[in-house]
Design a protein around this ligand. Structure first.
Ligand SMILES: [Zn+2]
Length: 131
């Protein structure tokens, strides 16, 4: 259930409960919501007060891992599953070095580290980008 503060065309405000946002819209467009003061069916929703986060909640920008993710994603190129290949090619001088991030399986990661390719496991799953 969701509660909306509604207003009629005569600017009467009243509250009403609905099963969902969609149900509220449906009932209003069907003229089934009446102003409790004047009976008008020209009703619109008023803005709901924004939710205030509970004290002590960590928002994404304050979370150090999210901050790291944002920095990595802003400054590096996402190469997805070709990470291991590209990291190795850069290490071997086969392609220009650039900051990249992506996904590699455990075996590839182990091999890269053994071969001295400077890689760093990230403490998050990268946001997949479609480029
Ligand atoms: Zn009214």
């Amino acid at each position: 259930m969701i509660r909306f503060t509604l207003a009629c065309d005569n600017d009467h405000h009243f509250e009403s409960w609905f099963a969902s946002n969609a149900a509220c819209d449906k009932l209003m467009s069907a003229g089934m919501v009446e102003c409790t003061t004047c009976g008008s069916t020209d009703i619109k929703k008023t803005l709901m007060a924004p939710a205030v986060p509970k004290k002590g909640n960590i928002t994404p920008t304050q979370n150090p891992i999210e901050k790291l993710r944002a920095e990595v994603e802003a400054n590096s190129e996402y190469v997805g599953g070709s990470f291991a290949t590209q990291a190795r090619d850069m290490h071997d001088g086969l392609m220009d070095e650039k900051p990249i991030y992506g996904e590699a399986n455990a075996a590839d990661t182990k091999k890269l580290i053994e071969d001295g390719v400077p890689i760093l496991p990230l403490p998050f799953v990268p946001t997949k980008k479609v480029n």
